[in-house]
Design a binder for this molecule. Structure first.
Ligand code: HEC
Ligand code: HEC
Ligand code: HEC
Length: 293
């Protein structure tokens, strides 16, 4: 089972009223809106981040051949757009056609994930179908607007976390040279700091040894990129030839006992190798771990 992460742990407050209020145009109107939202803030349960129910897994790879849930969502967005555009152009027959497609996808939501059934507004859906059948285009538009609020509401609660857990890369099971990925990360950090401490104290020999180990560790890490990336580009950008050059320069700076140059090169590596990859992969991995047991 997925765990529900208590709000406190991630320090995310119920941000819904705030998020909607802040972009308001004038200061006075945003103040009024904030005041209007205060009772909501005071009474609403904090929303927190919640992992989706297990039942959604069957609608994603690897349990399913396709990302069925996601494609249902794409279908909804496409048919919603078609309904809006044809209603605007007073094309009643085409509205009817796309309302049927929309309704079919929409009804799949509670069927696929019964736990989220309450999020689907089937009354409004019935209203949309009736309006389309009667050729009442203004009523079509207003029913569609109402249904749109059900999309927004579920997305606020579930979209980001579902995308992360169902489709985001999972570094958890990865190994680097037989070590858990996280251990390998700690190893990198240890060697980087050993170089730094050695340079600081003029102890160049241990610093050189650490730099040699670091180089090998980065090669080993690079081998893991290929497990997910079919193209060479992401690895080239973070661990490619320009970084190899910097590692060679680091060797000579250490051999010369050049403290300033060593500092500069470590800074370059820290930014271009570690921080860049962390920006893409670490934060989401940390979040994923918070959300999974
Ligand atoms: C794949 C790109 C990638 C590169 C390159 C990378 N890291 Fe990481 N790093 C990660 C990911 C992903 C995590 C989160 C791992 C986890 O929590 O399971 C992480 C976590 C860490 C952690 C925390 C480990 C822990 O115990 O939570 C440290 C420390 C770390 N990295 C150091 C470094 C250093 C130092 C470098 C550069 C020399 C570096 N990393 C380069 C992806 C990368
Ligand atoms: C019961 C919850 C729920 C309802 C109701 C819902 N969605 Fe979604 N929707 C999700 C989740 C969860 C995701 C994230 C799926 C993912 O990224 O794999 C999502 C993702 C999407 C995406 C993909 C966005 C992207 O580009 O990655 C679109 C488009 C979308 N929904 C459209 C709609 C529309 C239109 C409606 C209303 C007619 C709707 N959804 C109703 C839960 C819901
Ligand atoms: C567990 C799977 C996985 C592993 C292992 C992995 N990545 Fe990724 N990475 C992804 C996914 C998925 C994306 C987003 C889609 C894409 O770009 O392929 C991504 C995106 C990226 C991006 C941003 C997009 C781009 O092409 O520039 C970079 C940079 C990147 N990864 C670097 C790395 C490096 C370097 C390694 C190895 C040290 C690595 N990744 C290992 C799955 C992974």
């Amino acid at each position: 089972m997925f765990a529900t992460v208590p709000v406190k742990k991630l320090s995310i407050e119920s941000s819904r009223p705030i998020a909607r209020v802040v972009p308001a145009r004038s200061r006075t109107s945003s103040l009024l809106l904030i005041l209007a939202a205060l009772p909501l803030l005071a009474t609403a349960e904090p929303s927190g981040l919640e992992a989706p129910p297990e039942s959604i897994k069957q609608w994603y790879k690897p349990a399913n051949k396709r990302q069925v849930w996601l494609h249902t969502m794409f279908n909804l967005r496409r048919s919603q757009q078609a309904i809006e555009e044809y209603a605007g152009a007073r094309e009643g027959e085409l509205v009817k056609k796309w309302v049927a497609a929309y309704a079919q996808s929409y009804r799949q939501i509670p069927e696929m994930v019964p736990e989220w059934g309450v999020e689907a507004d089937l009354d409004a859906l019935g209203g949309l179908e009736q309006a389309a059948a009667a050729g009442d285009l203004p009523a079509v538009k207003s029913a569609l607007g109402k249904l749109g609020r059900s999309c927004d509401s579920c997305h606020l609660d579930h979209q980001a976390v579902t995308a992360l857990l169902m489709r985001g890369p999972d570094f958890g099971p990865l190994q680097v040279q037989g070590q858990p990925f996280r251990k390998a990360m700690e190893g990198l950090s240890t060697q980087v700091n050993r170089v730094k401490i050695g340079a600081e104290d003029g102890r160049w020999e241990p610093a050189q040894t650490a730099a040699t180990v670091l180089k090998q560790q980065l090669l080993d890490l690079g081998a893991t990129c290929d497990q997910c990336h079919q193209d060479a580009y992401p690895k080239e950008r973070i661990l490619g030839s320009s970084i190899q050059e910097k590692l060679t320069e680091l060797d000579s700076a250490l051999a010369k006992g050049d403290k300033e140059e060593t500092g500069k090169l470590l800074g370059h590596l820290g930014y271009n190798v570690c921080s860049r990859c962390h920006g893409v992969h670490r934060t989401l991995t940390d979040l994923r771990e918070e959300l999974s047991p």
